[in-house]
Write a protein that binds this ligand. Structure first.
Ligand code: ATP
Ligand code: MG
Length: 561
């Protein structure tokens, strides 16, 4: 392709809207442009790479027996109501005004719709159905470029099986395909145990890349390989102390003391002597959740314990529910359900809120004072805590989710009546699995892992071109004639070549663009070397250069560095 005729709008400046390397470089190298928050156009060079990623995915999905579909993005709302997911997705679901449609954020419902009535016997399964399609999610905070968009491309696959053994096989096949896809894309990734979230179901794992730009937090044990999303991660942490002598409960006046830190400062006590209260609304009913010290409530764990719809209580609801505002709420006499983190199970002589503003209590003994309390693992693991498997120290860090595999089970088939007749003529719900890859995220994460101060550093097989051919002064006849010939020869050799044939761009400008675009090899053609029958090769990654004989260029390129 000739650069003079291509639309590759490179930018020298760092775009104001971008803060992470992949986002900056995708804009600067003319791969994407933003249309509106979280909505992007893929420009031709970007779309070329995106197609290559989709092709790798397609090949690996076909290799495990996947059959490619194209489901509609526009879905009747009714079918989403039947599975309860209009409510479960909440504001993330895009609704079409004046019509009962939604824009699909995923496709379990439509898969179930097609399976119903066409998968009638156990003989019709297993099935692996997949597609590579645009998804819509009204993300409240679109950011990091295409990593979190409101419209994005997902490869989503679904398995349909007669039983859990079949599901296990389909799940294992996807695990294998996903490893192959991410390996072929050249990504450094790892796999973590995950929560099934709004999707429902039993086992689920995520394919992650470590990144400070990530919105997921994972706990990782280098020693034994334990890796889990912080939403479900467990760790060994110091429990609340049990003192031999339990004090009686007493009020303490604590004017203006709101946070656990302020309470510890005011009373000169340690965080581990305090129990923090948070109020949630579960299916319309208040629930108090008690945590040790400054531990945060893990809302995913809380959601799994409670089921149904759970949300933090709004500040203006607190007083009516507990008699106090945030900062003074406590478990004694709380008129609704009280849950506590398991670390608090044996705690006594604790400090907590008094359920009246500007007061706390001391001498709290949970067994004695809150008899109906229920204990669960509700906390979020932190760096430096111990691995539950091997006792080594856990590392907790940010990561970006590339893909997710779920054992869904029968949630959707039951909701939508997708049944089949088994070997004994008995009617059963189809067992489903669901498997997603964010195609745009794969693209951006590759760049997050492959760039330097000059630009992107592509490698095979994702690089949009193999060779960047640079004609240094195209107004010079010797240079332009040779470039034209080299260009034709390289294409004949089977290379994909971007030819910088621009007449007016300076050498420095062309070099900067070539480094920014970052294809693996640059062939630099200038008058000086040509006079000796030579051209220069540059390895984009290492910066290494060598001058080679033009006559031997084809051979040299077979193993350039
Ligand atoms: P996240 O937790 O990041 O919101 P998710 O768990 O909701 O993602 P899934 O429903 O599992 O996502 O979707 C499958 C894949 O689609 C994800 O692994 C991710 O790579 C991609 N994906 C999800 N949401 C977005 C988005 N807003 N923009 C780009 N890709 C996305
Ligand atoms: Mg997910």
């Amino acid at each position: 392709m000739r650069l003079s005729k291509s639309f590759i709008p490179t930018l020298k400046e760092v775009p104001a809207e971008a803060s992470i390397p992949s986002h900056i470089l995708m804009i600067r190298s003319g791969l994407i442009r933003q249309v509106s928050a979280g909505i992007y156009t893929w420009l031709p060079l970007g779309y070329k790479v995106l197609r290559q990623i989709m092709e790798i995915i397609r090949e690996e999905m076909n290799a495990i027996g996947g059959q490619e579909f194209h489901f509609p993005g526009l879905n009747p709302k009714e079918i989403w109501e039947q599975t309860g997911r209009v409510e479960a997705f909440g504001d993330i679901l895009f609704h079409i005004k004046n019509r009962d449609y939604v824009l699909a954020p995923t496709h379990e419902e439509i898969v179930a719709y097609h399976a119903k009535g066409s998968i009638v016997s156990y003989k019709d399964m297993p099935q692996i159905w997949y597609q590579i399609q645009t998804k819509f999610r009204n993300e409240p905070r679109p950011r990091s470029g295409v990593i979190r968009g409101r419209q994005f491309i997902m490869k989503d696959a679904y398995t349909l099986d007669k039983d859990n053994d079949g599901l296990d096989v389909g799940y294992a096949l996807h695990d294998k395909a996903y490893r192959a896809i991410f390996d072929r894309c050249g990504l450094n990734y790892f796999i973590v145990g995950a929560s099934s979230g709004a999707m429902g179901g039993s086992k689920s794992e995520e394919f992650m890349v470590k990144s400070s730009a990530g919105e997921d937090t994972v706990a990782y044990c280098e020693k034994c390989g334990y890796a889990a999303n912080a939403e479900v991660a467990q760790s060994v942490a110091e429990p609340a102390k049990h003192h031999v002598e339990s004090k009686a409960v007493y009020d303490i006046s604590t004017p203006d003391v709101k946070s656990i830190d302020e309470l510890c400062e005011f009373l000169k006590i340690d965080e581990s002597e305090t129990a923090k209260s948070r109020i949630y609304i579960h299916d319309g009913q208040p629930v108090l959740v008690l945590m040790l010290g400054n531990d945060e409530v893990n809302e995913t764990k809380l959601g799994s314990v409670l089921g149904g719809v759970v949300r933090p209580a709004h500040p203006d609801e607190l007083k009516e529910i507990s008699g106090a505002d945030a900062g003074s709420i406590g478990p004694i006499g709380f008129p609704h359900r009280v849950l506590a983190d398991a670390l608090l199970a044996d705690g006594n002589n604790l400090y907590s809120g008094a359920n009246k503003n500007d007061f706390h209590i001391g001498g709290l003994d949970l067994k004695r004072d809150v008899p109906k309390i229920e204990y669960f693992d509700l906390r979020t693991s932190e760096s430096g805590e111990k691995c539950t498997r091997c006792g080594s120290l856990l590392e907790v860090f940010k990561a970006i989710e590339l893909g997710h595999i779920f054992k869904l089970g029968t949630k959707y088939s039951e909701a939508l009546g997708v049944n089949f007749l088994d070997e004994n003529g008995k009617e059963k719900p189809v067992v489903m699995g669901s498997y997603g890859i964010g195609v745009d995220r794969v693209f951006a994460c590759f760049i997050e892992q492959n760039y330097d101060e000059k630009g992107i550093v592509w490698k095979e097989p994702l690089s949009p071109f193999d060779i960047h051919l640079i004609g240094l002064n195209m107004k010079n006849a010797l240079v332009s004639e040779n470039c034209e010939r080299i260009y034709i020869d390289l294409i004949a050799e089977g290379y994909e070549v971007l030819f910088d044939d621009r007449l007016d761009a300076s050498a420095g400008f062309k070099f900067n663009d070539a480094d920014l675009l970052g294809f693996p090899v640059q062939v630099i053609v200038g008058e000086k070397n040509l006079k000796d029958g030579k051209v220069e090769l540059k390895n984009r990654k290492t910066g290494q250069k060598k001058v080679v004989e033009l006559a031997k260029l084809a051979d040299e390129l077979k193993n350039p560095f």
